[in-house]
Write a protein of this length. Structure first.
Length: 395
């Protein structure tokens, strides 16, 4: 099937898709053109990268920038049914721990808007099921459960359906706003830790696409660049889903930040050459003792950094710290479909029938982490005390 053409080599225009519309079955460019017209897709002339918004609420519609189609296509899908929002998280159309939490909050607000009727006990039962469904989408990112808990607390204090609808939406806006502010603060703290002319290695995508703001680890890289501290970033491609190759490169190119893309297995070689001053990564869940769950491959980078005496930083908002989990062993690790490993870009490269292991995250022990950077400051070992202290500053 021939792919639709881009307009030049720059950033492709934004497509807006209504989620209720059927997926197109295309058999050529004519069919694609017909689909565009028939489904009322809106082409926007330019896409301002600085304003990358993975998730937005627009008058009763949840708009999600479909990250599975980046960088080839910039498609914003519009959801009017909360179940579609849950599915978008599961399918990783939206991903990155903070963005997952924000999306779930808006999905819950959408469900509240969809509920017909004014009977509060029925509403509570319905929203309870919605909470459960979102909780089942991705098990590792604790921001998801943190956001659901915040929505639950708001619901507990509401007396009418009308009040609950309004306040659940307000809470989702608040979660987004707080994450935006947290990113700015932690990026400032993190940039200060880097030496002048730093060459910084990073993994996965922890940028604006993954949060409500400028990003966590990538936010630090962004601010370090603005402050003249960054020489370049090394972006690990991040198999199997290639978030580094597809998403981080996309963000950095638009920001004009110097970087080089590397395959994951080049990291050790670069470190051995003395070409890396720091490694900065994000987190999906940080246990009380500092053990950190993050994208698969983080642990390998931490071991390499330790061997080469390179500082290894974890950057995350305090919403990624799980005070209910004492150590990394207790963090649930998501395992995903085998096709993520056997296929690249929809093409099967492994022989049919290949047995596969596909954990989406690994756990980096606290002893390999130089510091954990949050919006309330930088935690140093021993993390059991420093993380609790930082969390106590959260509202
Ligand atoms: O599977 P993903 O793409 O959701 O994994 C994302 C990561 O591992 C990120 O490093 C983490 O969520 C932090 S994003 C600011």
């Amino acid at each position: 099937m021939p792919k639709p053409q881009h307009c030049g080599t720059g950033v492709p225009p934004v497509l807006r898709l209504m989620s209720r519309m059927p997926k197109p079955h295309l058999h050529g460019q004519d069919a694609w053109a017909t689909f565009l017209i028939c489904t009322g897709i809106l082409w926007l002339v330019a896409f301002r990268a600085v304003k990358v918004r993975p998730i937005e609420w627009q008058e009763g519609v949840v708009c999600i920038l479909d990250q599975t189609q980046l960088p080839e296509w910039v498609v914003v899908e519009e959801f009017t049914d909360w179940r579609g929002v849950a599915e978008a998280i599961r399918a990783m159309k939206v991903r990155g721990a903070p963005a997952i939490g924000i999306t779930a909050a808006y999905g819950i607000a959408l469900a509240a808007h969809q509920f017909e009727g004014e009977e509060m006990s029925q509403f509570r039962a319905f929203i309870g099921e919605v909470f459960q469904e979102f909780a089942r989408t991705r098990p590792t990112a604790v921001n998801l459960f943190w956001a659901i808990e915040r929505m639950q607390k708001v619901l507990n204090t509401c007396t009418t359906v009308r009040e609950a609808r309004e306040r659940l939406l307000q809470e989702a806006h608040q979660i987004l706003q707080e994450d935006y502010e947290a990113d700015v603060k932690l990026a400032q703290y993190g940039a200060l830790l880097l030496p002048p002319q730093a060459r910084v290695m990073t993994l996965c995508n922890t940028g604006a696409l993954a949060t409500g703001g400028i990003g966590t680890a990538l936010g630090i890289i962004r601010v370090a660049w603005q402050q003249g501290r960054l020489a370049k970033a090394y972006v690990c491609e991040t198999r199997p889903r290639l978030q580094g190759l597809r998403l981080t490169t996309w963000e950095l190119l638009q920001e004009g930040i110097p970087f080089q893309l590397i395959t994951d297995n080049m990291a050790g070689w670069l470190m051995a050459q003395g070409k890396v001053e720091a490694v900065v990564v994000g987190a999906d869940r940080i246990a009380v003792n500092g053990d950190t769950a993050n994208k698969i491959g983080t642990y390998s980078l931490a071991v390499l950094a330790h061997y080469h005496r390179i500082p290894f930083y974890v950057a995350a908002p305090t919403s990624s710290i799980d005070l209910g989990t004492p150590e990394g062993k207790a963090i649930p690790v998501e395992h995903r479909d085998a096709t993520e490993v056997t296929h690249i870009g929809g093409l099967r490269l492994a022989p049919q029938g290949t047995p596969v292991l596909n954990p989406a995250f690994d756990i980096t022990p606290a002893e390999l982490i130089t510091a954990i950077i949050t919006e309330h400051g930088v935690a140093q070992p021993p993390y059991t005390t420093s993380l609790r202290e930082l969390c106590s500053k959260a509202p």
